[in-house]
Design a protein around this ligand. Structure first.
Ligand code: 6CS
Ligand code: FE
Length: 311
């Protein structure tokens, strides 16, 4: 497929308006879902939706227990899918969570999340990537500004902007422990990066991303236009954000750990091809090429009801 989002060519290119819809189900009744017109328009405008207190704390306890167990599994913590914090050496990310645990896998099929995702992506989806990002007290490092899509396009060969991340807060997110910050409206532009991708870039970039990041003048323009928001709330809150929305986070300077779980859903009509700007595809645990069967919704009764929030 032709490269409609050229990036990392070794020289500066201008940013340009995205070439794909933001909501892919418009005028397709078959993929109707729980999001009303107002929520869809907000997602189109901002590139994300925030649901404070989507799950209750009790509902999350078993997930936290399971994570503690995983942290004790030395075979796992020494594997490549576990990324260490660049400064402290503590656990920073665990990838392919949904492959490691049935409980996490079921969460990706919660009908209330999957219903919204089907609606946003206009069809069946699979999990492109899942991970937990853990920021320990006082030391968890931050993430530079980036668009996930820029990396997935360049390094994973994802053709179009037809993916969405669901980020579930496993701990409280407040202004002190390094919450995700987003630039509303930034998803409407593709911002090419400059530097070419070195071999095995992911071994470095997952610790600290220095490449595949927008130029400062572009960031400045987008942030002056849309502002910056950092959704905050209790554990159990949920953030849905479009794959091209620029986001970043600060170091955790507080005594309170921050743990967020991410599932990236990609449309089955947007499968990965050869990377557009890298020599080798990345490993399966970072970018699914084999496990791409469409997700089925689980039964409603397994999950507690949730009322759609207002503005
Ligand atoms: O390279 C990746 O796929 C990952 N890197 C970042 C900083 N965010 C998205 C994704 O998990
Ligand atoms: Fe990201």
């Amino acid at each position: 497929m032709a490269d409609r989002y050229q990036t990392r060519l070794g020289y500066k290119q201008e940013m340009f308006p995205r070439l794909d819809p933001v909501v892919h189900s418009r005028h397709r009744a078959r993929w109707d879902g729980p999001l009303d017109e107002e929520a869809l328009s907000r997602y189109e405008r901002d590139g994300f939706l925030w649901f404070e207190g989507f799950y209750s704390q009790e509902r999350l306890d078993p997930f936290q227990d399971e994570l503690k167990e995983m942290a004790k599994d030395t075979e796992l913590t020494q594997s490549e899918q576990v990324i260490q914090d660049p400064v402290s050496g503590e656990l920073r990310s665990v990838f392919a969570m949904h492959e490691l645990s049935e409980r996490f896998s079921r969460l990706t099929r919660d009908p209330r999340i999957l219903g919204m995702v089907h609606q946003l992506l206009g069809g069946d989806v699979y999990v492109h990537q899942s991970r937990i990002n853990d920021k320990f007290q006082f030391q968890g490092a931050g993430f530079e500004w980036h668009s996930d899509f820029e990396t997935w396009h360049a390094e994973d060969g994802m053709p179009a902007m037809r993916a969405v991340s669901a980020s579930l807060m496993l701990s409280d997110n407040n202004e002190f422990n390094g919450p995700v910050m987003l630039i509303p409206g930034s998803h409407q532009y593709f911002v090419p990066a400059v530097k070419e991708t070195p071999d095995q870039n992911w071994k470095d970039s997952l610790k600290s991303q220095r490449l595949g990041v927008p130029e400062r003048e572009d960031l400045e323009w987008l942030a002056n236009r849309g502002g910056i928001q950092a959704p905050k709330g209790p554990a159990g809150s949920l953030l849905l954000f479009e794959c091209n929305t620029l986001h970043a986070s600060n170091r955790n300077m507080s005594p309170w750990p921050r743990a967020n779980l991410f599932f990236v859903y990609n449309s089955i009509d947007n499968p990965l091809g050869a990377p557009y700007s890298a020599n080798e595809p990345r490993p399966e645990f970072l970018a699914a090429r084999q496990s791409i069967t469409p997700l089925d919704m689980l039964d409603e009764e397994d999950f507690q009801p949730f009322e759609m929030p207002g503005k």
